[in-house]
Design a protein around this ligand. Structure first.
Ligand code: G6P
Length: 363
């Protein structure tokens, strides 16, 4: 097993560091920045021309990627909703043959997600799975499969597959929007250039990250809160999930604006707040973070250098400048590292947290 980890102490840390390669593989042949186009040949031209609404179904970390994808679609003008696969049988919105259902599942074997996929198939939706595993049940049962090509992920806590799923959903979302409109998205060139720059941006971030020092400073707190807005909200949820999975400490993610509608009652000097800044109404998020800070909570801003949050926050974790669509993914890598180093300090079995399984094949 040690051989498989290479120079790293845990698979999780190795897989965090594999993200530049995973994204390069995911994007290979699928973007064409030189000619300013998405080259997603996984789907025939016009595949999505008749789609009226999109439902993304998933569980766990994949649900956070689905949430991210649903926002990318909404921002591109497509009706899209992310739904927990295990809630789908009791709460799915209406499905008809103009509905596209995207099952997001790293393993392609999660029972809850497969059940929802089967329901969507039975009700006449067009179905696509975004998965890491060729030949998985989801890949066989969905009408189409889009493979994220992240390579095997051994650590129970999903890391590189989240980034790859979110990037593939960004690409797929833009492709769907383009099929519906009959023309490419307005800011496609910037997006393609930034997608192409993502692997290097993550590699640089991994090299310079202060996440170990931040984990060291706050690892003895009572609870950990994560806030963000828009795409940053899905990152806040994922940051909290990762943290609780591997540290066994209490962590929650909130939409920044929700903090004052209840969670603020929990805030004390013992509850650090990680605030994710993705360029989506950052001023409001900063104000929400300051509300927690006034009640004594240390605020750790995850933002680019020179951002106003750096001066206000108690600490910060730096991310390279990117457009809103991708900044959240960079922030997420910093939060993965914080969780990892906090779990290491606490002596947790990082790759195999208690009570959790890599793939849950029962309902
Ligand atoms: C399990 C894992 C999670 C994962 C979820 C969904 O609960 O512990 O890390 O996010 O399943 O898995 P999937 O393979 O469908 O993405």
């Amino acid at each position: 097993e040690q051989a498989g980890k290479g120079e790293f102490d845990h698979f999780m840390l190795k897989e965090i560091h594999e993200q530049p390669t995973a994204l390069t593989q995911a994007l290979e042949g699928r973007i064409d920045p030189e000619h300013g186009r998405i080259a997603l040949a996984d789907f025939e031209p016009g595949t999505f021309t008749d789609i009226e609404s999109v439902q993304l179904i998933a569980c766990g970390t994949s649900y956070h990627a689905a949430l991210y994808g649903s926002l990318v679609l909404n921002q591109a003008g497509v009706h899209a909703t992310a739904l927990l696969a295990n809630e789908y049988s009791v709460s799915s919105p209406p499905i008809d043959d103009d509905t596209l259902v995207i099952a997001v599942t790293q393993s392609g074997e999660t029972a809850d997600t497969l059940n929802a996929l089967r329901q969507a198939n039975a009700e006449g939706a067009t179905t696509v799975t975004v998965t890491n595993v060729v030949g998985s049940t989801a890949a066989r049962e969905a009408d189409e499969a889009l493979f994220i090509r992240a390579g095997p992920e051994i650590g129970v806590a999903a890391t590189k597959t989240f980034s790859s799923q979110a990037v593939m959903l960004t690409l797929l979302g833009q492709r769907i929007a383009a099929d519906l409109r009959g023309e490419p998205p307005a800011d496609l060139e910037t997006l393609l250039a930034e997608l192409a720059a993502m692997p290097d941006a993550i590699a640089g971030l991994l090299e310079d990250s202060d996440a170990d020092a931040i984990a060291d400073r706050y690892a003895n707190s009572q609870s950990y809160f994560f806030i963000g807005r828009g795409l940053g909200f899905s990152v806040a949820l994922e940051g909290a999930l990762k943290f609780k999975e591997i540290t066994y400490e209490h962590a929650e993610g909130f939409a920044s604006g929700e903090l004052k509608h209840g969670p603020l009652a929990l805030v004390t000097p013992e509850t650090p707040v990680f605030a994710v800044f993705t360029g989506e109404e950052d001023e409001k998020t900063l104000k929400n973070a300051e509300e927690a800070q006034t009640r004594g909570a240390p605020v750790i801003a995850v933002c680019p250098a020179g951002h106003r949050a750096v001066d206000v926050a108690d600490d910060h974790l730096e991310i390279p400048e990117m457009e809103a669509d991708l900044a959240g993914l960079l922030a997420n890598v910093q939060l993965q590292l914080v969780s990892y180093y906090a779990a290491e300090l606490l002596g947790r079995p990082i790759d195999k947290p208690r009570n959790l399984a890599k793939s849950v094949t029962v309902e």
